[in-house]
Design a protein around this ligand. Structure first.
Ligand code: THU
Length: 137
């Protein structure tokens, strides 16, 4: 699957966004190393802090299904009704969840660049000097 196709999966996932408070709809498509795709959307809450980002929804769905080997994630976010060709980077909490389950040297984060193109970044560049299970060994 191309990076563009994985972004298209994230756009589909975004349709499920539950975001009545921010109206900022986010979708994520998480790809396992054997090519399975898990969708996630942001799920907000009237108490605000229980809100779950799209990226973590995708990870937690996949982890529950027994997946442990991840290759890439595509992320799109935009206010309701607006174009998803803007860069929405994962929040710090989601980067930390990625650090728990992904190899920072190889895991790729894919986002629109806001100019019709695509940005692809390695987790090690998105979360430099991160804390991961390796630090507990
Ligand atoms: N959000 C995500 O789902 N992922 C991100 O990478 C950034 C933020 C959500 C959380 C909240 O529902 C809304 O976007 C506004 O912050």
């Amino acid at each position: 699957m191309t990076a563009r196709e994985l972004l298209d999966e994230a756009i589909k996932a975004r349709e499920k966004s539950y975001s009545p408070y921010s109206n900022f709809q986010v979708g994520a498509a998480l790809e396992t190393k054997d090519g399975k795709i898990y969708h996630g959307c942001n799920i907000e809450n009237a108490a605000y802090s229980p809100t779950n980002c799209a990226e973590r929804t995708a990870f937690f769905r996949a982890i529950y299904e027994g997946e442990r080997q991840f290759a890439r994630i595509a992320i799109v976010g935009a206010p309701k009704g607006k174009s998803t060709d803007i860069l929405t980077a994962p929040c710090g909490v989601c980067r930390q969840v990625m650090a728990e389950f992904c190899d920072a040297e190889t895991f790729v984060i894919i986002m629109p660049d806001g100019k019709g193109g695509i940005v692809e970044m390695l987790l090690k560049d998105m979360l430099p000097y991160g804390f991961s299970p390796e630090n507990l060994k």
